[in-house]
Design a protein. Structure first.
Length: 237
């Protein structure tokens, strides 16, 4: 079974970060002219959880008895939600998307599964942000996400992803209801996208610069220092 969904609703404006995280965000907003400092996709890295579920590109859901696959595209390629009854592995390597185990539930007792509950754990790679605001998750990479996927009872063309974030940078868990609209086209167009193609952002060390139209390196903020050129032979003027 496959389905295609586009468009989502999400924002990080209702998140309650810890005081330490507030200071970090304030510092970045007042020292960097752009949000690239903590927004990994601006560097062509994966967004990871939970940003990868914002549906910047259409999503495709492929459901099998053992695994539900979410094809995402852009910088985040896919998710695997395992529903085969497995236990949590003890030797996981850090990833951006985490490791997801789910179970199907028949909530109304009619003999048909109608809710997919999923838990996603780390360790996670980083940095990760909730969305384009650049608001970061904790840098310890130990977030946990609990999701409930289900179709809208009034409109089966709307898919809900009720996602709750548990993270050490939050004063309390944060929940958002991401909504996706089914694409009725049986043969949808899948756009090819490569972040590294035609990007204007260049990251060197902890600094982010811009590439001008004539291929020259430009600062991204006022009084930004140039990159360290110690390994380049300096021409004599």
């Amino acid at each position: 079974m496959t389905d295609h969904f586009v468009t989502s609703e999400c924002c990080a404006s209702t998140i309650q970060p810890t005081p330490g995280l507030r200071r970090l965000v304030y510092h970045k907003q007042n020292t960097v002219a752009t949000i690239l400092g903590n927004y990994s996709t601006a560097r062509c890295l994966p967004g990871g959880m939970p940003r990868m579920m914002m549906a910047f590109e259409p999503q495709e859901y492929i459901i099998t008895p053992e695994t539900t696959y979410i094809l995402i595209g852009e910088n985040d390629h896919y998710r695997r939600l395992f529903t085969d009854g497995r236990d949590w592995p003890t030797d996981l390597e850090p990833t951006y998307q985490g490791y997801s185990i789910g179970r199907w539930i028949d909530e109304d007792g009619d003999g048909i599964y109608d809710v997919l509950e999923v838990e996603t754990r780390g360790p996670f790679k980083g940095p990760r942000a909730y969305d384009a605001s650049g608001l970061p998750l904790h840098f310890d990479g130990q977030s946990t996400f609990k999701e409930r996927f289900h179709l809208d009872k009034a409109d089966p063309n709307i898919l809900h992803d009720e996602i709750t974030v548990f993270d050490h940078a939050l004063t309390r868990p944060w929940t958002a209801d991401k909504k996706y609209v089914r694409n009725p086209n049986p043969r949808p167009y899948w756009r090819e996208f490569y972040c590294t193609e035609n990007t204007a952002e260049i990251s060197v060390g902890k600094e982010t610069y811009f590439m001008s139209g004539d291929g020259m390196l430009m600062p991204s903020r006022k009084d930004q220092p140039p990159p360290d050129l110690r390994y380049f032979k300096q021409s004599q003027k």
